[in-house]
Design a protein around this ligand. Sequence first.
Ligand code: OAD
Length: 247
Amino acid sequence: DALDRLASAIREADSTVALTGAGVSTASGIPDFRGEDGIWNAQFDPADFQVGRFRSDPAGFWEDRVKLHEAMFPGEIEPNAAHEALAELESQGWLDALITQNTDGLHGAAGSKELFELHGNAHRIVCMDCGRKIDAASVRERVREGESPPLCDCGGLLKPDVVLFGESLPEAIMAEAQRRARESDVFLAVGSSLTVEPAASLPKAGARDGLLAICNFDPTPHDDRTDVLVREDVTEVLPALVARLDA
Ligand code: OAD
């Protein structure tokens, strides 16, 4: 079956690289963006989270951002079986790099090491002036208490350390992710609609000389170039893949 094909391709590959999206974290209680109950479908408007909005109306941006954060991270969040399987694939030597669009920090929490967080990390805040990075929870608390927009000790404007719409990705991280994707023999895209550039182009680079596998509930724009397409739950498929590789 599809999983057997994928497992044997990974066994033969010099390099396997994975790209993840919000779908790997839905089982941890974090909604995705464009799936069935996605954040952008009903609750929030991506236009409110543009970098232009942050610049022109930082106070309004921050108040919406705190609400977005509460919707995205409703409680204590922990890695699930998908994060754990990806960390295990790496520790067993099957996975060389993990590229993620997620800002939830759950891959790091699960133990993934060779990790590229393309869209930053929502647990950190960065000062636009001095570049200092601080913990996000205390800053959100300050906004809830009425300090909006929140400012750094240096007087600079604070911004979530994530990539906003209209902002470019951290160049060095993206360049390295592209190189890893190009050089991979197997590229595994899981839990992402593959619609947000430039991350959405990585599967194309990955598929150039290698095998492309996609595991996602909803269709993606890359489905017709995919060698292995699995429309099942990532929290079941990834542990099953680990088991096949163990066998
Ligand atoms: P999306 O919400 O666009 O896609 C998540 C996909 O995961 C959907 O197509 C779902 O069908 C699928 N899915 C959800 N749970 C799943 C499960 N348990 N098993 C299999 N599939 C599942 O999220 P991303 O592709 O990550 O940008 O979105 C990309 C970027 O758009 C995000 O990084 C974010 C957003 O705006 C920034 O934060 C900059």
